[in-house]
Each structure stands twice: as C-alpha cells, then as structure tokens.
Design a binder for this molecule. Structure first.
Ligand code: PDD
Length: 286
C-alpha cells in the first residue's frame, strides 16, 4: 500500500508528492525537522516536539508555515490515513523554494515548505534489541556549533552510523575535547553506582524530548541524576550505559569501543527507565 504523505496543505499518495529542485532544504540543508513516535495509534510527547520545532525555527529566523497551528491535526490525520498503530511521524520545514539558487535567504514572498510522512514500525515499543542492548563506537564530533537546533544537516551523523556499521557496532557516540557529546541520533548516558550521568544541555547537543522526560521520571523515581560531561574512558568503566531518542525510547548500551560494560547485559537502570518511560508516556499520549 502506498503511503499518504502531506506536502504544503495537501494529502497525496507518496508517488505524487513533489518538492521543487530549488527548495533550500535540498540545496542548502536549510531546514529543520522533528520525529514523533506513535504507540497504539497515539502521539508521544507531541507538545514537546512542537515547542522544540518552534525554537529551531526561531533560532534560524525561518518563517513558520501557515499550517503551524494545525500540526497536531495533520499528524493525527496521517496516522489515521496510514493506519499507523506503532511507528513514527517525520516532519520537515524548509525555508522554501525561491526561483533560483542564492545563498542569501529569500524574501517573505517565498513560503516555507512543510512535509510530513509516517513510518510504520509494528512492535516499536517491544523491539527485541532492547533485551540485548546495542554496541557503540566513538568517533570525533566534527559537526557545527549549533547542535541544539534540529536541522536536516545529517551527513556526518549518517557517516558516523556507517563507521559504526563497518566496525560491527550499532551506533557511534561523538567525542569533542575528550568528552562524549551525544549519539548520532540520540542522547548518551552512563550509569555509575546508581547514578545516571549525562551531558548538560548547551549548544553542543540536541535537547532531546525523550531526555527531558526520562530525566524527569528518573528523579521522580528517586534515582540520582548528574548532568555533566563524561569521557569515553569513563564510559568504558561504567556499570551501564544507554541512549534515548523518540525512535529508540531508552535503549541499553552493552559495549563501548569493544569494551563490554558490566556483565554484557542491559543491567538494571536502563531497562527500568525504559519501562517507566513507556508506561508514563503512554498515559499522556494524544
Ligand atoms: N533524532 N541527539 C540527536 C543528534 C538526535 O538526532 C536526536 C533525535 C536526539 C534525541 O532527541 P529526541 O529524544 O527528541 O528524539 C538526540 C531523531 C530521532 C532522528 O533524527 O531520527
């Protein structure tokens, strides 16, 4: 079955959906995006994603599309039309398509491009990988300095994933000045004793929506959280590690640069946090 996608006000079969070759998202990666998970046909943390989307637009001085107030309705419509029980909704806004290629931003006559599509992922919350955990390698973080803005400049994260794959691992953690910033498409954590350690928010990392929820739930469950930089050496000596994102929720990490963590199983903290996160998020899903 072909998907129904949304492009600038229209719901279309994916084969009929088109964006201009002059679109600035295509030519300059001049676009921002969000990924919202869907469980049981409902959106997880929609409001958080919407707030971060507006922030990304503001930081780049990018106009919001006219449909900004209808985003919830559009998400829901796509979930319904594509019969998504478990999966993801991808949203992208670009600075639109001027009549020619030009580094300077276009004037107000050029309207932003708004695209949304769904990804069907049956059993997303019960992914078998969560039972065994993932392996990560470290790579240098050579991305730009505004990683807090969720832009579509994802070439280096894609390269990081490929470096991980080549090394027989699942993902890469990026290192800057000796400290872990984040995963290619997720936030990174280690557990030492019973303390959860993760880098503090700044322009160096994306302010994960899952991160915010997980840290809130951890504190509510009286777990100790420390927001500070940690090195890859510290990660290798950690009792546990994990990542968070809208598509992976809380995913245990069992190996860092080939070094097995603890007894090589997901441990106690990450699986417990995953369970709490899924339970609590489902309660507020819309
Ligand atoms: N990635 N850090 C980076 C670099 C990310 O790309 C993401 C999300 C996160 C986690 O953010 P959140 O919890 O809001 O999903 C952290 C999405 C899932 C993606 O690119 O597919």
């Amino acid at each position: 079955m072909s998907r129904i996608v949304y492009v600038n006000g229209e719901y279309l079969p994916e084969e009929e959906a088109k964006v201009s070759v002059f679109d600035r998202g295509f030519l300059f990666a001049d676009g921002v995006y969000e990924v919202t998970s869907v469980l049981g046909g409902k959106l997880i943390d929609f409001e958080g994603h919407k707030i971060r989307l507006q922030r990304s637009l503001n930081e780049l001085d990018m106009p919001a599309p006219e449909a900004m107030d209808d985003l919830l309705e559009i998400h829901r419509e796509l979930v319904t039309k594509n019969e998504i029980e478990d999966g993801l909704v991808y949203l992208q806004i670009t600075r639109g398509a001027p009549s020619d290629r030009d580094f300077a931003f276009p004037g107000p006559d050029v309207k932003p491009t708004l695209v949304l599509f769904t990804q069907n992922k049956p059993g997303l919350a019960t992914a078998p990988l969560a039972k065994v955990g993932i392996k990560v390698i470290s790579v240098e973080d050579i991305r730009w300095g505004r990683r807090d803005i969720k832009t579509v400049q994802l070439l280096y994260p894609s390269m990081g994933k490929m470096m991980a794959k080549k090394a027989g691992a699942d993902d890469a953690w990026m290192i800057e000045d000796g400290f872990v910033t984040e995963g290619t498409s997720n936030n990174a954590y280690i557990v030492k004793g019973n303390k959860i350690i993760t880098r503090a928010l700044s322009n160096d990392i994306l302010h994960g929506i899952t991160r915010a929820a997980v840290l809130r739930f951890a504190r509510e469950a009286q777990m100790e959280v420390e927001e500070r930089n940690f090195t890859i050496e510290e990660a290798k000596e950690a009792d546990e590690a994990f990542i968070t994102s809208a598509s992976m929720f809380v995913m245990p990490v069992v190996s860092v640069d080939g070094v097995t963590l603890g007894d090589g199983t997901p441990g106690n903290v990450a699986p417990r946090l995953r369970e709490i996160y899924l339970d609590e998020s489902l309660k507020t899903a819309i």
